[in-house]
Design a protein around this ligand. Structure first.
Ligand SMILES: C[S@@+](CC[C@H](N)C(=O)[O-])C[C@H]1O[C@@H](n2cnc3c(N)ncnc32)[C@H](O)[C@@H]1O
Length: 253
């Protein structure tokens, strides 16, 4: 069977951050299932007239699978739209496994993750030489379990750049965990709410003050918490080797 189902990363919100490929697929699709909590209705506006459109927030995995299987059996093309990039926190694996069980092929179209949209809003490089060359993408345990070896207090030991998804409603617990892991109260922290949307909010603070700032702003979802020295590294500027005059490489002899 030829590919009929596309898992499409639709970026952080701003329709202009959709890839050309994603837009093309949405325009061609017969059936669109989209994560309505994080994908702008404007993006579904690219659908052709007569396309069948479903909002996924209220659907179960079984209902989503039924819609896809039925459409594929009828020879119709399905675009399953996910926010950001489908590769992180998208619950895509369970959908792929369900399609595997039905022998249905699929393809994944990458998108701009909210991680990078947020870094852009912060005008920050997540990997600053001599501060951190590692980015930990994680979340705190909520209803979704997190393996004990990945507890925030354990990850804190690395002092790497941290991007904490799906956790802003538990900001007190996030800070308590990071502090228990050895972070000092003056460690730079930031929260980006709805990066690239019109109501985007950016808070820059320290671990000592971020809880109060988040609560005062009323942010309880759709945000990433960033922690790490990269947030203040412009003040203690270091240079990469890549653009250093003395660093020769294949493109600069
Ligand atoms: C279900 S996950 C989807 C992540 C998505 N796959 C991605 O790559 O951005 C939803 C979480 O992603 C983050 N998120 C999604 N869109 C965001 C945005 N525009 N600004 C800030 N955080 C966002 C928040 O942590 C939110 O709780």
């Amino acid at each position: 069977m030829s590919v009929k189902v596309y898992f499409i990363g639709c970026g952080p919100g701003d329709p202009e951050l959709l890839t050309i490929k994603a837009k093309k697929m949405i325009e061609q699709a017969d059936v669109i299932i989209y994560a309505d909590s994080l994908i702008s209705p404007e993006i579904c506006g690219y659908a052709r007239q007569g396309a069948e459109i479903h909002q996924s927030a209220s659907l179960t995995l079984e209902e989503i699978t039924d819609i896809i299987v039925k459409a594929v059996r009828e020879g119709r093309m399905v675009a399953r739209l996910h926010s950001g990039d489908p590769g992180i926190y998208g619950a895509t694996q369970e959908q792929m496994m369900a399609l595997d069980n039905h022998g249905i092929e699929y393809e994944v179209v990458p998108g701009v993750s909210s991680l990078f949209a947020s870094a852009a809003v912060l005008k920050a490089e997540l990997t600053v030489p001599e501060h951190s060359q590692t980015v930990i993408i994680t979340r705190i345990e909520g209803r979704t379990p997190v393996p004990e070896r990945e507890a925030l207090r354990k990850l804190a030991a690395h002092r790497s750049t941290m991007a904490i998804f799906l956790s802003v409603s538990m900001i007190d617990k996030v800070v308590a965990e990071l502090r228990a892991g050895g972070y000092q109260p003056d460690t730079p922290a930031a929260v980006v709410y709805r990066a690239s949307w019109e109501d985007e909010i950016v808070l820059r603070a320290t671990l000592d003050t971020i809880v109060e700032r988040v609560k005062a702003a009323g942010i309880a979802k759709q945000a990433i918490i960033f922690v790490g020295e990269f947030l203040s590294s412009k003040e203690k500027a270091t240079r990469s080797k890549l653009y250093d005059e003395s660093f020769k490489h294949g493109y600069r002899k």
